[in-house]
Design a protein around this ligand. Structure first.
Ligand SMILES: *Cc1c(COP(=O)(O)O)cnc(C)c1O
Length: 359
């Protein structure tokens, strides 16, 4: 379909204020944003315009009842200066899967990709060139009815903003196996990128940080036996002869990085098992000397090396010298994202926008 997106360029670019060698994650916003409104029947008012604060009524339903979802994706730039999106259609589809679970309207995937492309094109000078840096793209949809009472909102806002970002974790991460609090239960919303999931994770994560760990490993809610995932990452364990990762059971996010890495590993000839993984199995492998690597996979961190896992008062320590697979995966996926390594999977979506003369 052909969508009419109005475009208003900023007259005061903030680009010159940014130190691209030192960008704190999540705080620096590019010049423009995309906004669309759902009026109860359809999406309207597609606009790209200077990023600004928006006025909201105190009874805006998203604040009260958590009807809000988001996505996280990245754009890089090729050596010829062409912005490259990574698997944008997959992010658009997942946005709609999240929307459906949260009783929100679907956002047309072609409009999602077009809005992204135009927005990234306009903010293309904000895409960092440094290795491991990228433009982080944050689409979000929220309930906007001004109403007190629990029901689904009729109206929604969809917004997209761009944030230049450097490496997410400067160092390997330490993880604590969480044995009291849970993130997701069967039949719950663990598979949706729903705002409330993250609110619920903050307190247990704070407790883990007080104990000296960066993040928690979420376990299944019934027995605290099966590993789910970490913060905003899926998790992989490299054992001698095979790689294991929790299967998509409905309680974990269907990570696009996870999927991409599984594809790359299988191509390299690794056996990747997607199945229920218990912490006991990982501990036993560690004790035998068979646990070589553990790493998180997610758009923000891409591949996050894990150097320590706390479990029942013990620390499993992972030796950097064994991190062969996670290092080569990180190289490869960053290379594909930035166009240095050939994209054999159709993951890269180059952004070339014909700019109309009329304004
Ligand atoms: C976003 C997210 C991931 C990673 O998904 P990607 O598509 O790889 O970015 C994993 N777990 C959770 C809970 C997430 O929110």
């Amino acid at each position: 379909m052909d969508y009419k997106i109005s475009i208003e360029r900023t007259k005061h670019s903030r680009l010159a204020e940014v130190d691209f060698n030192n960008i704190p994650f999540g705080k620096v916003f590019a010049d423009h944003m995309f906004v669309a409104d759902f009026d109860g029947k359809q999406w309207n008012n597609f606009s790209i315009r200077p990023l600004e604060r928006l006025p909201f009524h105190p009874a805006t339903m998203a604040w009260h009842y958590g009807q809000a979802i988001f996505e996280g994706m990245k754009a890089s730039v090729s050596s010829e200066g062409i912005p490259l999106l990574f698997r944008p259609e997959d992010h658009a589809r997942r946005f709609n899967t999240s929307a459906q679970r949260m009783c929100m309207p679907a956002f047309p995937t072609d409009l999602f990709v077009e809005a992204l492309s135009r927005l990234v094109w306009l903010d293309r000078d904000w895409i960092p060139r440094n290795e491991e840096s990228a433009l982080y793209i944050r689409p979000v949809m929220m309930a906007t009815d001004e109403f007190v009472g629990v029901r689904s909102s009729d109206t929604f806002k969809m917004m997209i903003m761009n944030l230049p970002s450097g490496p997410y974790y400067a160092k390997p991460v330490s993880l604590l196996v969480e044995e009291k609090y849970v993130r997701a239960v069967d039949g719950g919303v663990g598979e949706a990128k729903a705002a409330g999931n993250y609110g619920a994770s903050l307190y247990p994560t704070k407790l883990a940080k007080e104990k000296g760990y960066d993040q928690v490993i979420w376990m299944d809610a019934h027995e605290f036996k099966y590993i789910q995932e970490v913060g905003t990452m899926n998790i992989f364990f490299v054992l001698k002869g095979r790689v294991v990762t929790p299967n998509l059971s409905g309680t974990i996010l269907k990570g696009i990085t996870r999927d991409s890495l599984i594809t790359l590993m299988r191509e390299k000839g690794y056996t990747v098992e997607e199945r229920p993984v218990t912490m006991e199995e990982i501990l036993a492998a560690y004790k035998k000397g068979d646990l070589l690597e553990a790493f998180g996979a997610g758009t923000a961190a891409v591949v996050a090396h894990v150097d320590r896992i706390g479990y029942k008062g013990e620390d499993l320590l992972l030796d950097q010298r064994n991190w062969e697979l996670s290092r080569s995966l990180k190289e490869e996926i960053n290379g594909i994202r930035s166009g240095r390594i050939q994209d054999r999977h159709g993951w890269i979506h180059p952004v070339i926008v014909e700019e109309s003369v009329a304004v």
